[in-house]
Ligand binder design. Structure first.
Ligand SMILES: [Fe+2]
Ligand SMILES: [Fe+2]
Length: 512
């Protein structure tokens, strides 16, 4: 059974009227579309204007002959794939060789044998079709590969990336406009990116609202409309050919559409495949971007919550410590602003000797707990109006150990500092203090700091057994205690900031 080839466009260029007539008639009968050229120049113009599927050149009398036509068509990248049959008179052997060397695909002798030339044309058209198909497949593979690897050049799913996608797709599909449109969960469609970049805002808006785009998203299926389907174009609100495919999320949810407007009348099957590949990338990128945005929002919320919670925890911790310290103070005679002044004196002194901010912040609270152990001292001893007996004094000294026990065993730096201060704030620089008789720098620094502040505040405060001392006398007495009871370097530092200490003492003085 003879093979029936689809009609092809064949250009017959001949300066011989009888050849033109015979080939034109025979090829016409085979349903091919035949264009005629009378000389070489007309032939070249015809090929460039409307590239045919095959050229027959029979030009021996014109200025631009068959060999020249052959050379020119085969030296041009665009026209090289077009099969070319050259007819040369049988006697002109050398010209036949020239034609082959110029790139002719076939050289047949004249006078022509009609069956032979028709058979050669048929074979060549078949090869041309196979060659075209192979080129098309290669182009599709290149396009898919390009789209699947394009994202690698971009730091994120930016508008620039989608815009570049659009440009590439427009080139591949020969479309006039390409738009990536988003419209999920019934939200009005909006254009994520478009090409060409020069599109007017009104046109961009119209693309998003086009009926064809709405249908693609509603049906979650590709829609193709050829440039010659005017009825469908009208019903879909289009002005030309169209290819649109849905952008789907990982779970099949329709996120939008990738659309090409103004496509040619003949839409190739790969057009849809190219758009589907692009839509796949867009879907992944959009979801990734959404996911990242949601994650960032969540992190922002959680961070805010954490900061709030941390603040609340710190406030509650401070309040607990304050109340606990006050509870101990209420049982004692040391009421009023003693705790507040002691905390501020300690912190001022700590800053004066160069302690860092974190230490000072802990000290501000931990110093409040120095006498927390008094909670464990019996009222008979703690509240005794007169002088204590030696045995009672020993009981009283136990408040240091009780305080340390209350704070012991915590991982929190604050409570660990509380423990050191509670235990050691009655240690003396010369080792004569209690409860451990530590000496010099063996006494924790924070306990030595608090000791200076505590002794100083006791001197300037009223007690049931004494009036408050004038502040200068209190400073002088500290100097006398330096090196015996108190760390001499800390006393010096405290005296160096006596102006600020006096200001605190004045501001927070107890009511008379
Ligand atoms: Fe104490
Ligand atoms: Fe105290």
């Amino acid at each position: 059974m003879s093979e029936v080839l689809a009609p092809a466009a064949i250009l017959v260029a001949s300066d011989d009227p009888s050849t033109r007539a015979r080939l034109s008639k025979a090829l016409g009968e085979m349903q091919h579309r035949v264009a005629l050229a009378h000389d070489g120049e007309e032939c070249l113009r015809g090929v460039l204007a409307t590239p045919p599927d095959l050229v027959v050149a029979d030009l021996s009398k014109t200025a631009v002959g068959s060999v020249e036509v052959c050379r020119m068509l085969k030296s041009d990248e665009a026209t090289r794939p077009i099969p070319l049959i050259v007819l040369i008179p049988r006697a002109q052997r050398e010209r036949r060789v020239d034609a082959f060397e110029a790139g002719a695909d076939e050289v047949l002798p004249k006078p022509i044998s009609e069956p032979e030339i028709l058979a050669r044309i048929k074979t060549m058209l078949r090869f041309k079709r196979l060659d075209d198909e192979s080129r098309r497949q290669r182009r599709v593979i290149d396009s898919l590969l390009m789209i699947s690897t394009m994202c690698q050049g971009y730091a994120d799913a930016s508008t620039r990336m989608f815009s570049d996608f659009g440009r590439r797709v427009a080139e591949l599909l020969r479309a006039e406009q390409v738009a990536v449109i988003l419209g999920r969960r019934g939200a009005p469609p909006s254009v994520l990116s478009f090409w060409p970049m020069s599109l007017a805002p009104a046109r961009i808006d119209a693309l998003a609202r086009c009926e064809a785009v709405v249908r693609v998203m509603r049906s979650a299926a590709p829609i193709t409309v050829g440039a010659d389907e005017s009825d469908r174009q009208a019903s879909l609100g289009l002005e030309g050919g169209f290819v649109g495919v849905p952008v789907l999320g990982f779970d099949g949810e329709v996120l939008g559409a990738v659309t090409a407007f103004g496509t040619p009348s003949h839409l190739r099957p790969e057009s849809v495949r190219i758009l589907l590949a692009l839509a796949g990338r867009v879907g992944a990128e959009v979801q990734l971007r959404d996911h990242t945005e949601r994650l960032e929002e969540l992190v922002r919320e959680r961070t805010h919550d954490l900061v709030e919670a941390k603040g609340a925890l710190e406030r509650s911790q401070t309040e607990t410590i304050l109340r606990l310290a006050q509870a101990a103070e209420f049982r004692d005679h040391e009421t009023g602003n003693h705790l507040t002044r002691l905390s501020q004196f300690s912190c001022f002194l700590a800053r004066a000797i160069g302690m860092d901010r974190a230490f000072v912040e802990l000290l501000a609270l931990a110093s409040l707990m120095h006498d927390i152990g008094k909670i464990g001292i019996p009222d008979a001893v703690l509240l005794k109006p007169g002088a204590l007996t030696p045995a009672e004094r020993e009981v009283m000294k136990r408040h240091t150990v009780f305080g340390a026990q209350i704070c012991r065993g915590s991982d929190a730096p604050l409570l660990q500092m509380c423990e050191r201060i509670a235990l050691s704030h009655h240690e003396w620089w010369n080792g004569q203090g209690y409860p451990q008789g530590l000496r010099g720098e063996a006494i924790p620094a924070e306990a030595r700091l608090v000791a200076v502040a505590d002794v100083f505040d006791a001197l300037i405060s009223r007690r049931h057994y004494k009036e408050p001392w004038p502040i200068d006398r209190a400073f002088d007495h500290l100097t006398e205690l330096a090196g015996t009871h108190l760390d001499p370097a800390l006393v010096t530092a405290f005296l160096d900031v006596r102006g600020a200490v006096s200001e605190i003492a004045g501001r927070l003085a107890d009511a008379a």
